[in-house]
Unconditional design. Structure first.
Length: 231
């Protein structure tokens, strides 16, 4: 079996009913800025070269489904928490992690990191699935690596917890995007394994194959063409 070897967790893509409201929250309180805006999505992040969040228009209300929360890395947790709205409830899970809920019912968190690549970069994504051990095994075969209780791609990771995977017909999570050297090679390997390929998109600056993972988790393996430029 050939290896699927992503080099980075590039972005988390969400279906949202009010992308402007959520984008404003992320930019005003969580150190992000608008990187790109089109007729149906907004891309935000602290750095266009690192972890980002893509907000796709969709009918609401949305349901969390497998998505527990998206956690951002900060070096000064207290200052980052102080930048949140004063009336926003938050829960301290540990000395290094504070969780809260943003617009659209999106679970969010701030995690203290000693030296993040940039403030408010993606740290990890928490997913809730019925059988974490089974999902973990499938995700390891899809390019994630063992990192203690987490599954890692470079410095970013997934954390799996037990939960109801049911997301109805309106889940928040659209997909998780992983950078790869060759989307075609991943597509060929996925086909040879009999995996479900949801889509293959040859766009102006990228090539991407979308593969269905465990519990309806869609993974995008995206290759940047030589023409790709970041803003």
């Amino acid at each position: 079996m050939a290896e699927i070897a992503p080099t980075a967790l590039d972005h988390v893509a969400l279906w949202v009913a009010g992308r402007d409201t959520l984008a404003a929250f992320l930019c005003d309180h969580l150190g992000m800025h608008e990187i790109e805006r089109t007729g149906n999505f907004t891309l935000v992040g602290a750095d266009a070269r690192l972890g980002k969040i893509t907000l796709f228009d969709a009918e609401g209300p949305r349901e969390p489904g497998v998505l527990g929360r998206v956690v951002l890395a900060v070096s000064d947790l207290d200052s980052a928490v102080a930048a949140l709205p004063n009336d926003l409830p938050r829960e301290r899970h540990s000395d290094d992690l504070v969780a809260f809920e943003g617009p659209e019912g999106l679970g969010l968190g701030l995690e203290r990191r000693e030296s993040p690549q940039v403030e408010y970069d993606l740290s990890h994504v928490l997913l809730r699935v019925p059988d974490p051990a089974r999902a973990r095994g499938e995700l390891l075969a899809l390019g994630f690596e063992e990192d203690g209780e987490r599954l890692a791609v470079a410095e970013k990771s997934l954390l799996l917890e037990v939960g109801d995977a049911g997301g109805g017909e309106r889940p928040l999570l659209n997909h998780l995007a992983l950078l790869v050297d060759s989307a075609q090679a991943v597509s060929d390997e996925a086909e040879s394994r009999g995996l479900e390929i949801a889509d293959f998109v040859d766009a102006e600056n990228t090539i991407a194959v979308f593969v269905m993972g465990p519990d309806g988790i869609k993974l995008e393996y995206v290759e940047h063409k030589p023409s790709f430029s970041l803003v």
